[in-house]
Design a protein around this ligand. Structure first.
Ligand SMILES: NC(=O)c1ccc[n+]([C@@H]2O[C@H](COP(=O)([O-])OP(=O)(O)OC[C@H]3O[C@@H](n4cnc5c(N)ncnc54)[C@H](O)[C@@H]3O)[C@@H](O)[C@H]2O)c1
Length: 334
């Protein structure tokens, strides 16, 4: 729905970019925008959590401009070959679930930290200009202070959050030691079409969509007045593209990517139920989950100052598009 050309002109026309995790949710949206902007995209994914179909959708506007490489970021020889000639790397591949990271922390470290460092080494070797890293607001931990400002101390509360923080530090270290520029984009609750709804580890919006479409009551932990900075995926894509096109070095800075608006979980369910014509369904309330953060909200000053970023799609518009997509994808049209 976003007109990428009107926002980014010909900044990417003819350039070669690698998107890791391109079979996943956010990576496939970055790949799709790059294709529309005339880039040649190397879509790398081991399909452990993503889908080949997502790459095909991303490539739809110009199928010849996407090369899909089914491989792990840890597969050095394949990644080295695929990265040749790339100007940018958008590193989205990761094992993304907080609860799963508590079950298998070493595997998470291997993919999310060792994999990120391996990719950085190859990016330096290949002469990549800039790496955009998918960082996470989970780095802020459960501090109550709002809004979350990048200068606040990071207090990771899960192996996943610690992995993502390690990735940020690697980005900064490589920008300072090697001839490469990097940036860590701390995503806050990204949602939109193609976010996987079929896993127990899925994000809250994907899970609510699936339940409401099945006519089932979504479960809310606590009183539903907890809030999040829910951010439509096109905003994350926009931040990535702005970062890649920056004419000045970003030097491994950490930058929040969000909308700077708090939406409560009650408001979220109400909006989704209304858009799905299921306002008759009332959520079920369960006790608070230990460790859940009450509120999350991003300070957007640094994104604005360093990238010239402001959100391009607000919550309501993004939710319309997302609900329409889930209705189709989950076979509940009409
Ligand atoms: N969705 C959010 O709200 C959010 C918030 C903060 C950070 N992030 C980060 O953004 C990135 C993208 O998240 P997403 O929501 O699109 O998740 P996703 O699971 O849809 O995408 C991740 C992709 O990475 C791939 N992958 C996993 N291990 C791999 C490996 N070893 N080699 C190659 N590919 C591999 C998976 O197959 C999947 O397609 C992740 O790094 C995640 O940690 C997401």
């Amino acid at each position: 729905m976003t007109d990428w050309t009107s926002l980014h002109g010909d900044s990417f026309a003819g350039s070669r970019a690698m998107v890791t995790g391109a079979g996943g949710f956010i990576g496939s949206h970055i790949a799709e925008a790059l294709v529309k902007l005339g880039a040649r995209v190397i879509a790398l994914d081991d399909l452990s959590g993503g889908e080949r179909d997502n790459v095909d959708v991303a490539a739809a506007s110009s199928p010849g401009s996407v090369e899909f490489v089914e491989a792990s970021v840890l597969d050095e020889s394949v990644v080295r070959r695929a990265m040749g000639g790339c100007r940018y790397v958008f590193h989205q591949a990761a094992l993304p679930s907080v609860p799963r990271s508590i079950e298998i922390p070493r595997q998470f470290h291997e993919v999310n930290v060792t994999g990120t460092q391996a990719l950085l080494d190859l990016a330096v070797e290949s002469g990549v200009e800039r790496v955009m890293f998918a960082a996470s607001s989970s780095a802020y931990g459960d501090s109550e202070t709002l809004p979350k400002i990048e200068t606040m101390p990071a207090l990771p509360k899960s192996p996943y959050a610690a992995n993502k923080l390690a990735g940020e530090h690697l980005m900064r270290a490589y920008a300072s030691c090697f001839d490469i520029d990097t940036v860590s984009l701390r995503y806050f609750n990204i949602f939109g079409p193609r976010q996987n709804a079929n896993s127990v580890y899925s994000g809250v919006i994907a899970i609510f969509a699936k339940m409401l479409l099945a006519g089932e009551a979504p479960t809310i932990y606590g009183d539903g007045e907890q809030s999040r900075d829910f951010t439509f995926v096109d905003n994350a894509v926009h931040a990535n593209l702005l970062a890649a096109a920056s004419t000045t070095p970003i030097d491994g800075e950490v930058i929040n990517v969000a909308c700077g608006v708090r939406i409560t979980v009650n408001e979220l369910v109400e909006t989704m139920a209304r858009l799905m014509d299921r306002s008759d369904i009332q959520p079920v309330y369960r006790p608070d989950r230990a460790g859940d953060v009450k509120h999350s909200l991003a300070d957007m000053a640094r994104a604005s100052n360093l990238l010239g970023y402001t959100p391009i799609v607000d919550f309501a518009t993004g939710m319309d598009a997302t609900v329409a997509w889930y209705r189709q994808a989950l076979g509940a049209v009409g």
